[in-house]
Design a protein around this ligand. Sequence first.
Ligand code: 3HC
Ligand code: NAD
Length: 286
Amino acid sequence: MVTSRPVAVLGGGTMGIGIAQVAAEQGYTVRLYDITDDVLDKALAGLRGRLEKLEQKGKRPAGDTELVLGRIVPTSTLDALHDVALVIEAVPEKLELKRAIFSQLEAICPPDAVLASNTSSIPITAIAGGLKSPERVVGLHFFNPAPLMKLVEVISGMHTGAEAVAFADAFAITLGKTTAKCIDTPGFIVNRVARGFYGEGLRLVQEGVATKEQIDKIARLGGNFRMGPFELMDLIGIDVNLSVSQSVYHATYEEQRYRPNPIQERMVHAGDFGRKTGRGFYRYDQ
Ligand SMILES: C[C@H](O)CC(=O)SCCNC(=O)CCNC(=O)[C@H](O)C(C)(C)COP(=O)(O)OP(=O)(O)OC[C@H]1O[C@@H](n2cnc3c(N)ncnc32)[C@H](O)[C@@H]1OP(=O)(O)O
Ligand SMILES: NC(=O)c1ccc[n+]([C@@H]2O[C@H](COP(=O)([O-])OP(=O)(O)OC[C@H]3O[C@@H](n4cnc5c(N)ncnc54)[C@H](O)[C@@H]3O)[C@@H](O)[C@H]2O)c1
């Protein structure tokens, strides 16, 4: 462990709950913040269900579920973050929302706390812009599902300090992750590389070349990907994926190869966000 003080995770959605889980598994006390107690209850009930299942299968030691959950303290007030050493923000991929939260964090958290964002694509420099101490803002980009994926990108914004990078990097390593340091470039590394995977899959469907089912199967069997692009977009969240596409597109001064696809936009309008809403490119039991 890099600190005995609590760490905070902001947002108990797809990513936040997974990050809270891995931190709690390594002994960190986690303050999990979300907007309502109801959202927090649902997030923790989902985590309990997943942990209990693994415990029943003998994949985790008896009593482990209670131990891990006991270290996650839910809160719907930001003031509860007054004693943390590190914040990992995982709220929706919207710049204005993130900026508003970071400005509150700066006033509430101890002056030495490192403020990290799990953003997929928003420049760390833009999240830190306007803060009094941008040197403590860093990107800590986990991958979905956070408990299983080994990589974490550690991103330096224009004014990120070496101490914040070192602390965030060391923290991720204590979670058993492999880190990749990178500068604040649109989509960082993985999301930049992956734009073609989703974008070309969507174009093939639009052109009537193949169905989403065929493309997913071919990607799995012919490319040895764990999931095809449509299965993966459903896992990530169509809303999140669209935001990432928009963000990379705008950050590259509208390079055509990154242009978001209207199929994604229509699905977001319809509320078909993928696994988390039960319907995306495929249907899921809720
Ligand atoms: C957009 C962002 O900025 C960046 C990103 O995150 S891009 C997305 C990166 N992620 C990927 O590419 C994921 C690719 N897919 C996969 O790795 C796998 O398909 C998968 C791990 C999601 C599911 O695995 P799969 O074998 O198909 O299904 P499943 O049998 O349900 O799960 C396998 C194991 O993972 C566990 N698991 C699945 N989802 C989990 C979750 N959310 N949390 C914890 N454990 C999970 C299951 O419990 C199961 O464990 P067991 O074998 O010990 O019983
Ligand atoms: N989904 C992915 O595959 C993935 C992977 C890596 C990084 N990310 C990034 O992580 C962040 C979160 O993504 P997600 O997929 O977990 O989103 P999500 O939609 O699943 O969850 C977002 C959570 O934030 C909460 N929230 C909304 N407004 C809030 C506020 N003002 N304060 C606190 N919480 C608030 C919501 O209630 C929800 O629980 C985004 O920046 C996203 O780009 C996502």
